[in-house]
Design a protein around this ligand. Structure first.
Ligand code: FAD
Length: 417
């Protein structure tokens, strides 16, 4: 097989890259090599099948890693130009209770995938599925891509093969290993947009508790980031979007990361103290648990009495003294949870780490191999939960595709630098 440009990986960024490449160089042949039986499998699963495809509020704060994602996003079409205007996918914002989140009006991710595939087929982009690239050889001013059963020769290659997150969608980090063996450096990886592990002993009794609050990540006493939202307690981890948005910090602060949850962010410690003092006098003759059972769900009320005060929930409420109330208030406002690990890749939605900023040029071309481009999650960019990762996939794909196509007219095809 031969093509001018081959895109490895038919996910969000690969589809966008192929589209931009063919639009920029209509006379060039563009082929997508996808390992799975069909393209866009992960895209279909995004946003619980509804595809949170971008966000109305995009800023540096929402992207992590060595690459300046916003500088590329700002140079590519926004979601309205890309989806509403070019692809004919009507979009709405703020549905699903997600402030700023952009979704297809149809509420279905298949609308997004179908529109992209329709555009690709009308442009004449070839999709080659069940084609896993296992080796990339730089040769004769271009590249030879090896797959089981054959080779594809191309002038430019765009690597859009994703990271490690959610391996059931074809992304097990295999391509990052191939790239590493070619001498291209990548940053340390860890799951992003994922739960964080906490010792099961600490969480015993809290499984299933969900509470609206605030959660902050600390390292060596320094607050790194604070998020608002629903905190979910599970058997061996904490989750919820607010926690997902802290997971990327594990890469840098492994072994030194602590979470502090504020379970009543709408009240000050003093207000909380006054409230519990009043309840204690009003509920004379009640049990200790009943000090908290009108404020928190039962499991959390029981857990606090047992773990913070070391008391049995059935002890009389009078056994709770002023010092105990002080302890309770402190715990409610700043419940400390030591992070013991990150979640398995199958529970992650994105990858923190990947190909470093110093390995690519401003056009996302490899510094080491001219004619090789990268886009999407394989690069060292991890976005927050809320449409940021897909926005990065679209923008980096379009940017890499456009630049690869422009370079067909000249440049140092495939030559080491
Ligand atoms: C369950 C879930 C829900 C999500 N929801 C959202 C959301 O609502 N909004 C949001 O912004 N982000 C969401 N994300 C994150 C987002 O889907 C990814 O960040 C994005 O898809 C990354 O795009 P990509 O093109 O870089 O990689 P991918 O979409 O992962 O695509 C990579 C493709 O490359 C193929 N491939 C891998 N290796 C090879 C090889 N050697 N040869 C050929 N092909 C190969 C894979 O099979 C895959 O199809 C979600 C992720 C998950 C897992």
């Amino acid at each position: 097989m031969k093509a001018d440009i081959v895109v490895i990986g038919g996910g969000a960024s690969g589809l966008a890259a192929a589209m931009a490449a063919k639009e920029t160089a209509p006379g060039a042949s563009v082929l997508i090599a996808e390992k799975l039986p069909r393209t866009g499998k992960k895209l279909i699963a995004t946003g619980n099948g509804k595809c949170n495809l971008s966000n109305n509020s995009l800023g540096k704060r929402n992207f992590h890693g060595s690459i300046d994602a916003m500088s590329i996003i700002s140079r590519t079409p926004d979601w309205h130009e890309l989806f509403d205007e070019k692809l004919g996918v009507a979009c709405v914002t703020g549905s699903e209770g997600r402030e700023g989140g952009v979704y297809p009006r149809s509420n279905s991710s298949t609308t997004v995938l179908n529109a992209l595939r329709l555009r690709l087929s009308s442009l004449g982009v070839i999709e080659q599925c069940e084609c896993e690239i296992t080796e990339i050889k730089s040769s004769n001013g271009g590249f030879t891509l090896v797959y089981y059963g054959g080779e594809i020769v191309c002038r430019k290659v765009i690597i859009a093969a994703g990271g490690y997150a959610a391996p059931s969608f074809g992304t097990d980090g295999g391509m990052l290993r191939i790239i590493k063996n070619m001498g291209i450096k990548s940053e340390k990886i860890c799951p992003a947009v994922a739960p964080l592990r906490v010792s099961p002993d600490r969480l015993k009794g809290l499984k299933g508790v969900r509470i609206k609050g605030e959660i902050a990540a600390f390292s060596d006493g320094r607050e790194l980031r604070r998020e608002k939202g629903e905190i979910q307690f599970n058997e061996n981890n904490v989750s919820g979007i607010c926690v997902f948005n802290l997971a990327y910090l594990f890469q840098q602060y492994e072994g030194r990361l602590t979470l502090r949850a504020d379970l009543a962010p709408d009240m000050t410690t003093d207000e909380l103290g006054a409230y519990f003092h009043r309840l204690r006098s009003d509920r004379c003759g009640f049990t200790a648990e009943e000090l908290l059972s009108g404020f928190f769900v039962k499991n959390l009320a029981v857990w606090l009495i047992r773990n913070v005060l070391g008391k049995s929930p059935s002890e009389p409420i009078d056994s709770i003294n002023d010092k105990d109330i002080e302890h309770l208030c402190r715990a409610v406002k700043s419940l400390e949870l030591e992070v013991t690990g990150c979640s398995p890749w199958q529970n992650a939605q994105s990858t923190m780490g990947g190909i470093s900023a110093n390995q690519v040029t401003d056009s996302l071309e490899s510094v080491k191999y001219g004619g090789m481009y990268f886009c999407g999650e394989i690069l060292d960019v991890a976005g927050d939960c809320g449409g940021y990762n897909l926005q990065w996939a679209w923008s980096s794909g379009i940017w890499a595709g456009k630049n690869a196509a422009l370079s067909l007219k000249g440049g140092n095809n495939g030559k080491g630098r």
